[in-house]
Design a protein around this ligand. Structure first.
Ligand code: 0X9
Ligand code: ZN
Length: 314
């Protein structure tokens, strides 16, 4: 038996124990891996779910920010649904795609947020030039690093790190993505909060990706499907820089620009600010169900627009 569930937030140890159970229970279709170690030496783990090798690939990066607990809660729900749901649509979603999921990328920040400072965002790697600890991992990717929206101040919450990929967690995640690049059709970065589906770019609001209209059509499918649910949340869509604020060195821009992943999103889950990062446990399941519905719609729209052709031939 396990104390794991979606009625409260789980610790990293609980999530990893649960993951071990999942890998043991579904050995035919899952594959666990350690993609690297954090600054403090914790394993950063990934799970691949594949019912048929050669499906279009989706990579999900979750909990890159320590305090965004709803992201790992939602991604574990999602993993569970992919493996256990008997719903026809969810079965097709599970079996017709290859899933590469990192439930908790910023493991040190996540543990620190549980044990010391609930609102801790960054990782825990010290800086050489300041007593402030941690960089913003979502400013540390090697795409427009340290342009608008990234800070060179180690004390800033959006400190971009000493150089692109200076943070071990982001080096690990980028190496992981590079290793599976040819199999990936979609990148999803799970964040909270604000209820947004964001496309590139973050570093400018004057330029947009070539396929921006398509990306918005897919984002709109997510937002519309969620809003249509009973008590469904309202999600805004748009490019990061136009809807939210400038960011550079972000994951989804790197995935889009450098990894040729043509659909690349940040999804900011519940809520819109009432509770913010401290979303009460009663909202975990509603958020999970919305995310599941949104993803189903998003994937269907991506397929319709021709983005889900397998990228490689076995
Ligand atoms: O600031 C961020 O990294 C994200 N917001 S959060 O409140 N979860 O920290 C927004 C990221 C938008 N993504 C990119 N432009 N890459
Ligand atoms: Zn975030």
């Amino acid at each position: 038996s396990t104390t794991f569930g979606w009625s409260r937030y789980n610790s990293l140890a609980e999530i990893y124990t649960w993951l071990d159970g999942i890998l043991a229970a579904y050995p035919e279709v899952t594959e666990g891996s350690i993609i690297g170690q954090s600054y403090e030496g914790r394993d950063i783990r990934a799970i691949k779910i594949s019912y048929k090798e050669g499906n279009p690939g989706v990579v999900i990066e979750s909990n890159i920010h320590g305090c965004e607990w709803i992201t790992s809660a939602t991604v574990t729900y999602f993993i569970n649904q992919l493996l256990t749901s008997e719903d026809e649509q969810v079965r097709a979603l599970a079996e017709n795609h290859d899933w590469y999921i990192v439930p908790v990328l910023n493991v040190d920040g996540f543990v620190y947020s549980h044990e010391k400072d609930r609102l801790w965002r960054k990782n825990r790697q010290p800086s050489n030039t300041s007593s402030c600890v941690g960089a913003d991992p979502n400013r540390n990717y090697d795409s427009h690093w340290m342009e608008q929206g990234g800070s060179s101040d180690p004390c800033a919450s959006n400190y971009a790190g000493a150089y692109a990929f200076s943070e071990p967690e982001i080096k690990a995640m980028s190496d992981y993505i590079i290793s599976i690049k040819d199999k990936l059709n979609i990148f999803l970065g799970f964040h909270s909060y604000s209820q947004l589906v964001l496309s590139p770019y973050g570093h400018t609001d004057l330029e947009f990706p070539d396929n921006y209209d398509d990306m918005m059509q897919v984002a709109k499918a997510y937002a519309d499907a969620v809003e249509a649910m009973p008590y469904g949340s309202v999600y805004q869509i748009g490019s990061s820089a136009t809807v939210l604020y400038f960011t550079s060195g972000g994951a989804k821009e790197w995935a889009y620009n450098e990894m040729d992943i043509e659909l690349s999103y940040t999804i900011e889950f519940r809520d819109t600010g009432r509770y913010g990062f401290m979303l009460p446990p009663a909202f975990i399941l509603p958020n999970c169900e919305e995310a599941m519905t949104g993803l189903l719609a998003m994937m269907a729209e991506s397929d319709k627009l021709g983005y889900l052709k397998p990228k490689y031939v076995l």
